[in-house]
Design a protein around this ligand. Structure first.
Ligand code: DAK
Length: 264
């Protein structure tokens, strides 16, 4: 895979490991980072050999220490709005990537860092992870959809507590309120996430992709529409070779070998 100024990328088995790599600013998000990540998501979306993505931070201190405060300090109203549009659209692109995205939160995930983690499908935190939405302390509000995703993830009371106080929370508290799915020893974080990705990758890739779409879009619908939407998506699975292979492998008592392809 090509070289990037602000990211390190490797692909192991069917998992792409994408590390934010701007250590001098604790991986803070500036325009060049947002632009590169946008391009990287296009590359990953088009690469059929990549089934799952892990997003993490290079170095052992930070996942992402937020939006770049130095950049933000010089913005006017119009620039602030454009920056928010760009960031929000990018995080939506992560959320809608047709592959599972795991956030391996290896340290500070503040402001935009918590917001990136929330756009991922699953969040695994190192014991050293710190989450928070400290924007009000900078005279701002969360600008990359934190006011929208956080209450949907942890409930409105816990979201308001975090956003109004701007206080950071440690990994165990994030786990308690549902802001992450597991906390693991720091040294084991990446291996844990790779194993999790491998557990996902051994399943039918199109089924996983469709399940992600059913969950994400279903959550934006009323329940009855969600039921109906799931039924349509379920029916769609019967168009895949993986459905034939999965059911045949079960009958033949062997491991399925999936391709992700649709029937001709
Ligand atoms: N931006 C830019 N540089 C940062 C940074 C950030 N968010 N966080 C850290 N750095 C830089 C520091 O300035 C320092 O650089 P030098 O001074 O060495 O040049 C270097 O990274 C190392 O940081 P520290 O020396 O501070 O390291 P410590 O271990 O002492 O502290 C810390 C780590 C994470 C607790 C601390 O760095 C910190 O509090 N950082 C700021 C956290 C924060 O408040 N993040 C911003 C949240 S607000 C918007 C859309 C979205 C957003 C905003 C606007 N628009 C629509 C306009 C998002 C906003 C946010 O994310």
């Amino acid at each position: 895979m090509q070289q990037w100024e602000n990211f390190l990328i490797s692909v192991e088995e069917k998992t792409a490991i994408v590390s934010f790599n701007r250590p001098k600013a604790l991986n803070a998000l500036n325009y060049p980072v947002l632009k590169e990540l946008n391009e990287i998501l296009d590359v990953l979306a088009a690469d059929d050999s990549v089934y799952t993505v892990i997003l993490t931070g290079a170095g052992d201190k930070a996942f992402i220490a937020g939006g770049d405060i130095k950049d933000m300090s010089a913005m006017n109203v119009e620039e602030g709005k454009l920056y928010a549009y760009a960031g929000t659209a990018l995080l939506q692109k992560i959320e809608e990537l047709e592959k599972p995205v795991i956030a391996a939160v290896n340290g500070y995930a503040l402001g935009g860092g918590t917001e990136v983690a929330m756009a991922c499908d699953i969040r695994i935190a190192s014991e050293r992870a710190v989450f928070g939405q400290p924007e009000v302390g900078l005279g701002l509000i969360p600008g990359f959809a934190g006011t929208q995703r956080l209450p949907r993830l942890v409930g409105r009371g816990a979201a308001k507590l975090l956003i109004f106080t701007g206080k950071n929370i440690k990994a165990d508290e994030a786990l308690r309120i549902g802001l992450c799915e597991a906390v693991v020893p720091h040294a084991e974080l990446l291996d844990y996430c790779k194993k999790l990705a491998a557990d996902i990758n051994k399943n039918g890739p199109t089924a996983v992709r469709l399940a992600k779409a059913a969950i994400n879009h279903g959550l934006d619908m009323d329940l009855r529409s969600g039921f109906r939407f799931e039924s349509f998506v379920f029916g769609h699975c019967f168009a895949t070779e993986d459905h034939d292979e999965g059911t045949r492998a079960f009958a033949e008592k062997r491991k399925a070998s999936f391709t992700g392809k649709y029937k001709k």
